[in-house]
Write a protein that binds this ligand. Structure first.
Ligand SMILES: NC(=O)C1=CN([C@@H]2O[C@H](COP(=O)(O)OP(=O)(O)OC[C@H]3O[C@@H](n4cnc5c(N)ncnc54)[C@H](O)[C@@H]3O)[C@@H](O)[C@H]2O)[C@@H](O)CC1
Ligand SMILES: [K+]
Length: 438
């Protein structure tokens, strides 16, 4: 159920299913039912567009009328502002998956006049593939979509404009997915299996992670703390100068990188957080040349400004928007496709961070994350994510699964802490979150 279908893929699903009338009846009934469950009886205006989205709206009107609600249906191209203003609730059934150009100013004015909006499939104007607004899109209180969500429901600004999103089964046969073979998912634990501790596990088999540490050790230490909590058996802070570490279980080494690289047990590395751009670039090249499993973040990404090819050979990169743009150029209209392009260019799993983090693999698989609370946007949380990613890689998870799991665990840990969380609190929240996964 966590596959995401683009509008084009949804159209293929519709065509393969064949029975549009039955699907439309189920869709309209689902919209009516959602409204009956959540709203007190009130005057409703359905703004109906020219396609099946409008058809769904008309069906919803019929079911609401059957329930005794005062309902009117208006053609969106001829409706008046006054009609819209008179209604206590507007059902936006103008454009859905068939949106093919910008919403006109006339339709925008109509939607702006609505007091409260429930959207059918998507708020009209939201591009279901990208979440971008084409011309205009209204803020809905509630959006009811069918069969599978679309990327545009999960990517901002579309995600915000949907209000509460309900996914409803309308009897579309699952077999339509076989042909479509969707390559995008909402990021949920269905996408990964966390490593299991075996009776024969020892600290090296449980994963060895080495974190390169710069003058300011805070970022690297956060990454270490997360890696240890996420099950890495041996975690080393590789610093250039001796320092006092309060963390008893963390190993400090001050040997030159070349010496540490000779130890074959040190297979997984984090390069970037707090390292300084010049040193990060140099270390990144050496780690790649040594064939290590690498998580590259922060300064290691900045060291690849305008030169994404320098990231070839890494396993996971974790850019935020600014870092991404420096390396790969503008994100463009689709964050999902931008992450996929970066992954394909570099051959590395790309975690494009943000409120709607996208995880993309070089083979085109991609996931959009939805469990991260807003208060995760605070200093140091990125270092924790890098630590989590490395720990899961070190325990043998494939890169895409490790990245999906890291992002999801990160979000869950943040949710469990609630508002006021600090990055340094996240690692300690991980055991409970991982235990809950069973
Ligand atoms: N996927 C599913 O499971 C199902 C989808 N259904 C509904 O079908 C919808 C898709 O139906 P359609 O493919 O007919 O597409 P839409 O109903 O979204 O709209 C297509 C029509 O709008 C016009 N149009 C598009 N953008 C415009 C713009 N900016 N200004 C003016 N006109 C514009 C097009 O020329 C076309 O006539 C879905 O959003 C959903 O509501 C349901 O009826 C049945 C099942
Ligand atoms: K709509």
């Amino acid at each position: 159920m966590n596959e995401l279908l683009t509008p084009a893929e949804m159209a293929r699903a519709d065509a393969a299913a064949g029975n549009v009338a039955a699907l439309m009846d189920a869709a309209g009934r689902a919209v009516a039912r959602a409204i009956l469950q959540r709203y007190k009886p009130c005057s409703v205006l359905v703004l109906a567009g020219p396609g099946n989205n409008g058809g769904d709206g008309k069906v919803a009107a019929r079911y609401l009328a059957q329930a005794g609600w005062p309902v009117r249906v208006a053609d969106a191209f001829t409706a008046t502002i006054e009609q819209v203003q008179r209604a206590e609730l507007v059902i936006d059934a103008i454009f859905g998956a068939g949106l093919s150009r910008d919403v006109s100013p006339q339709i925008a004015d109509l939607l702006r006049a609505a007091k409260r909006i429930v959207a059918v499939d998507v708020p009209s104007g939201v591009d279901g593939a990208t979440g971008q607004v084409r011309g205009y899109a209204p803020q809905a209180e509630l959006t009811i979509t069918f069969f599978r969500k679309k990327p545009g429901h999960l990517l901002y600004p579309g995600r915000g404009l949907c209000g509460k999103l309900l996914l409803r089964d309308i009897g579309m046969p699952e077999r339509v997915l076989e042909d479509i073979a969707p390559q995008a998912w909402e990021n949920t634990p269905a996408l990964f299996t966390l490593p299991r501790y075996e009776a024969t596990s020892h600290k090296y088999s449980a994963g060895d992670v080495t974190v390169l540490c710069g003058e300011l050790a805070g970022a690297a230490r956060l990454a270490c703390a997360a890696a240890r909590r996420a099950g890495a058996g041996m975690v080393t802070l590789a610093a250039t100068t001796p320092m006092v570490l309060p963390e008893a279980g963390l190993i400090l080494r001050t040997d030159p990188l070349a010496t540490l690289l000779q130890d074959a047990r040190r297979h997984t590395w984090i390069v970037g957080p707090g390292l300084g751009v010049a040193r990060a670039g140099d270390a990144l090249a050496q780690l790649i040349a040594a064939g290590k499993t690498i998580v590259a973040d922060a300064d290691a990404l900045t060291a690849c400004t305008g030169a994404p090819e320098k990231l070839r050979g890494t396993a996971i990169i974790t850019p935020h928007t600014g870092e991404f743009v420096r390396v790969f150029g503008e994100i463009g209209p689709s964050k999902l496709e931008a992450a996929r392009r970066a992954a394909a260019t570099t051959g590395t799993v790309t975690i494009l961070k943000g409120a709607d983090t996208v995880i993309a693999a070089p083979d085109g698989r991609a996931a959009i994350n939805t469990n991260a609370p807003a208060y995760l946007a605070t200093g140091g949380t990125g270092d924790v994510l890098a630590g989590l990613s490395a720990a899961l890689l070190a325990q043998g998870m494939p890169s895409f699964e490790a990245a999906c799991a890291a992002v999801w665990l990160h979000g869950e840990a943040a949710r469990s802490l609630g508002p006021g969380l600090l990055a340094e609190g996240l690692p300690a929240a991980l055991p409970q979150v991982m235990a809950a996964l069973g």
